[in-house]
Design a protein around this ligand. Structure first.
Ligand code: C2O
Ligand code: CU
Length: 472
């Protein structure tokens, strides 16, 4: 298993303190409808169509695009054979719009609908997906990109979104139906055998056409339920300009690979400076034994748009995020335990201490946060914060597995890894912790309500690696 990159100290000038989040509706909302239903889609060329569950008949579902400060109204129609909800991953929405079944809303019954409406204080790259039995509903294809455009975007020639995912396909191109597989739950989660970019398998000979000289803003979204991508772009030097939708000091993507855990997003500026007619693979190096091609950039024969990379700024304007006050922050230790090859012997479920073997066999659980494991989204909060409080969470991954940890309703700074300050102090809503790694995050608890905090390897979440924080 790859060890996450350690970084060195570099402080950024502190941003001014901003007022607490307010959810006031601006202009009249713009409405879109998302219908969740079974569908068929050819994921792999020359293979039969795969039965999927998709929004508006496809995977990924439609890319929703709004402008910063607009109000979005999204009508969700449930045409599945089971309940669902939709969560707006990374968006700072009011609690009642967060899409967590039983915790923030009743599930949307089959045949039912729910209208979500929220304003969009932050620009960036986000996504949406169900939060009910996500380990199956997301794996079957229910997700899509949610882009909030800056009021003054940076200059690029094209703005492109790639929703990355993977599937566990059998030779007939259908998915294995064992979404509740205990073995996967206690290990790395359900990692597929077929990677797709925007719902197409492109590893064999799929290409993405580019023109020499053009600058692309490439928005990468990892919608896979378990796969961690480690992307390399030989022949290119993409620059990272945003993490999880939030501006970051522009920097080159690490030469040893751009790490993207489930739920995470990265915005890249990609200058396509290779020759007309050439082809360049984009690879996933996450598995050290087998470099996997994801897709190839195929340069067309048009004359180069320019001979040197576009000379225009790539720094994004920051979103109005409140800066945590580290000196006054309340500090909590968060311990992640469990899984195969772990230290967890027993954990508390609904007030009872049970041995791990019982939890696994009788309840399908194998993970705990601060000694507690849960089956349902709605439960007593692990921690309660006063609205406006600065919070530091000192997270300790005592397991043998990496975990992308996601917080709802807030955006946090990743301030330290294994006790060492991070180089970019990046804002994020999902942070990847390596096995046995410690990661410190900081945020202002300014959004009232009950918020999920969980692993985005969705089998881990389903297996107990989730909890609730309350902001009052
Ligand atoms: Cu993207 Cu709680 O999830
Ligand atoms: Cu996990």
């Amino acid at each position: 298993m790859r060890i996450l990159r350690r970084t060195v100290l570099k402080t950024l000038a502190a941003a001014p303190l901003l007022p607490l989040i307010t959810h006031k509706a601006a202009a009249a909302p713009r409405a879109v409808t998302l219908t969740a239903a079974p569908a068929k889609q050819r994921l792999v060329p020359d293979y039969p169509e795969t039965e999927i569950w998709g929004f508006n008949g496809a995977v990924p579902g439609p890319e929703l695009r709004f402008r910063q400060c607009e109000t979005a109204r999204i009508i969700v129609e449930n045409r599945l054979t089971e309940e669902t909800t939709v969560h707006w991953h990374g968006l700072r929405v009011p609690n009642a719009m967060d899409g967590v079944p039983h915790l923030t809303q009743p599930p949307v019954a089959k045949g039912g609908r729910f209208v979500y409406e929220f304003s969009l204080p932050d620009a960036g790259t986000y996504w949406y997906h169900p939060h009910l039995r996500g380990h199956e509903q997301v794996a079957r294809g229910l997700y899509g990109a949610f882009i909030v455009e800056e009021r003054e975007p940076i200059r690029v020639d094209r703005d492109v979104t790639w929703v990355l995912s993977d599937w566990q396909l059998m030779p007939d191109a259908q998915q294995r139906g064992d979404f509740d597989n205990l073995m996967e739950m206690a290990h790395a989660g359900r990692i597929g055998n077929t990677v797709t970019v925007n719902g197409k398998f492109t590893a064999a000979d799929g290409t993405f056409a580019v023109r020499s000289g053009e600058r692309i803003r490439l928005r990468l979204i990892n919608a896979a339920v378990a796969r961690i991508f480690l992307l390399r772009f030989p022949g290119h030097e993409p620059r990272v300009i945003a993490c999880d939708g939030q501006a970051v000091e522009p920097h080159s993507a690490p030469a040893d690979g751009l790490e993207l855990g489930p739920g995470m997003r990265v915005d890249l500026v990609l200058d396509c400076m290779q020759a007309q007619g050439s082809r360049h693979d984009i690879n996933d190096d996450a598995n050290p034994r087998r470099v996997q091609r994801v897709i190839a950039l195929a340069y067309n024969d048009e004359a180069p748009l320019r001979s040197k990379p576009l000379d225009a700024p790539v720094l994004l304007a920051p979103n109005p995020l409140p800066e945590p006050d580290l000196a006054r922050a309340v500090r909590h230790d968060i311990l992640f335990q469990g899984g195969a090859m772990g230290t967890l012997r027993e954990a508390e479920l609904e007030g009872k201490r049970l041995p791990l073997s019982t939890l696994a066999r009788q309840h399908g659980l194998a993970w705990a946060i601060n000694g507690i494991t849960v089956k349902e989204h709605a439960h007593a909060p692990l921690l309660t914060f006063k609205r406006g409080a600065s919070v530091v969470l000192a997270m300790n991954n005592e397991t043998s597995w990496p975990h992308p940890i996601h917080l709802h309703g807030h955006v946090f700074r990743v301030i330290a890894r294994d006790g060492r300050p991070t180089r970019y102090r990046e804002w994020a809503d999902t942070v990847l912790m390596g096995p046995r790694e410690r990661v410190d995050i900081a945020f202002v608890a300014d959004n009232p309500g009950d918020w999920m905090f969980h692993c985005h390897i969705l089998a881990h979440q389903h297996g107990g690696m989730m909890t609730v924080f309350r902001v009052t």
